[in-house]
Design a protein around this ligand. Structure first.
Ligand code: PLP
Length: 402
């Protein structure tokens, strides 16, 4: 009888102690360094998913680890009856990077879904109740954000959700114009690149039209940059490439580099004043530890020129993968990429990646025909070459087996 490995033991204990909402994990990870992680049996992996666009600085970045450790020894948490310099600095830094006008303001949360809940409450304060989101949208799993999420399988078990949400086909300007015509919509929620839908990018023209139409209709434009923000696409925020200024932006994932933090930015005095004292709150949001993590992530991205690296490495992935037999197209921008396959082999490729001898590959399949890549913004040229070779091998093998 073969002995159960340490990793297997952890996985078995997981099954008997955690809710089964994520399915059964196949690996227990113990440590990481940059774009590499190791599992409980000592196997090494190249991490091309980065905790789903979270580990923006890779694993165990020395500056982030040191800043968090130092802050933990100084002040972990204060109630929101108080503030800290770290919290104020992070708010100022986000407003500056977002080029938000005077009078703008930030509210900190612990996750993306909470950031969208706060945006929803801002929208409700316009006095209107009707909301619009796009087909294939994903805005989170709490009941408000879930109401804005299109996928029926996520929604149906929890009906009834917010009743005043309508979905419009992503990219269809005429349909959006029709929905906004009655001037009764509080807010339109958009993801500049729909990550969970398989990395589907909205065109700059669509975003500009959405900006114009919502402004005419007195509707707030909320850009959900939870997955696309904080340098992921090669810009601080993905919507900036379209030259638009939203009314509200939501952030999370990459902002803490692995430490849980989210944020909502309300642009300008008019939007900032919609929520007044006592109308929203959180216990943990924006505590000094989370704020320190966020500040450090922003500084390292700037100091290590990671926006440029995201662009360059994104191009490198694209060049190597776009013309590969079995690949239909490569979607996305910077280091949020969707490899569209000719056949529904993504799940097999993800499993084969993990099982590769010597160096495993951590990938993700948001759709049966799409592999999503969201590696650390620090991934090197050599690691990207290695990743491309391994991906080419996996895609070619999957094609042979088809
Ligand atoms: N919005 C978008 C665009 C996301 O991709 C996600 C998570 O994948 C969320 C919101 C929800 O974020 P969280 O899982 O931190 O609640």
């Amino acid at each position: 009888m073969s002995e159960r490995s340490y990793q297997q033991e952890v996985l078995d204990r997981y099954e008997s102690s955690l809710l089964g909402v994520f399915g059964k994990p196949t690996r227990a990870l113990v440590r990481g360094s940059g774009s590499r992680v190791w599992d409980a049996d000592g196997r090494e992996y190249l991490d091309l998913l980065g905790g789903i666009a979270v580990n923006s600085l890779g694993h165990a970045h020395p500056r982030l680890a040191e800043a968090i450790a130092k802050q933990a020894g100084q002040l972990l948490h204060v109630s929101n009856f108080f503030t800290t310099e770290q919290q104020v600095c992070l708010a100022e830094s986000l407003l500056a990077r977002a080029a938000a006008p005077a009078g703008s303001g930030v509210f900190f949360t612990n996750s993306g879904t909470e950031a969208n809940e706060a945006a929803l409450k801002i929208a409700r304060r316009t006095g209107r109740t009707r909301l619009l989101a796009l087909s294939n949208s994903f805005h989170g799993r709490t009941l408000g954000a879930l109401s804005l999420t299109a996928k029926e399988a996520y929604r149906a078990p929890f009906a009834p959700l917010l009743e005043s949400v309508d979905f419009v086909p992503a990219g269809d300007v005429a349909a959006l114009a029709r929905e906004l015509a009655a001037n009764d919509v509080a807010a339109l929620f958009v993801e500049p690149i729909q990550g969970e839908a398989g990395v589907q990018e909205l065109s700059a023209d669509y975003l500009r039209a959405a900006r114009e139409l919502t402004a005419q209709a007195g509707t707030l434009l909320v850009v959900d940059e939870v997955q696309t923000g904080i340098g992921r696409t090669g810009d601080w925020f993905a919507h900036s490439a379209a030259g638009i200024v939203p009314d509200v932006m939501t952030l999370a994932k990459g902002l803490g580099g692995g430490f849980p933090i989210g944020a909502v930015i309300a642009y300008g005095e008019e939007n900032t004043s919609l929520l007044t004292a006592g109308q929203h709150g959180t216990t943990f949001g924006g505590n000094p530890l989370a704020a320190t993590a966020g500040l450090t992530v922003l500084s390292v991205i700037a100091d290590e020129h990671l926006l440029e690296n995201a662009r360059l490495r994104g191009q490198q992935f694209r060049r190597a993968l776009a013309t590969l037999p079995g690949v239909r197209e490569v979607r996305g921008r910077g280091l949020l990429l969707g490899i569209g396959l000719e056949a529904d082999r993504a799940a097999d490729i993800v499993a084969a990646g993990l099982a590769r001898p010597e160096l495993g590959l951590i990938l993700n399949a948001p759709r049966p025909d799409t592999i999503r890549l969201a590696p650390a913004l620090t991934i090197s040229e050599a690691e990207t070459s290695l990743a491309c070779e391994a991906l080419a091998e996996l895609i070619t093998d999957a094609r042979k087996e088809a």
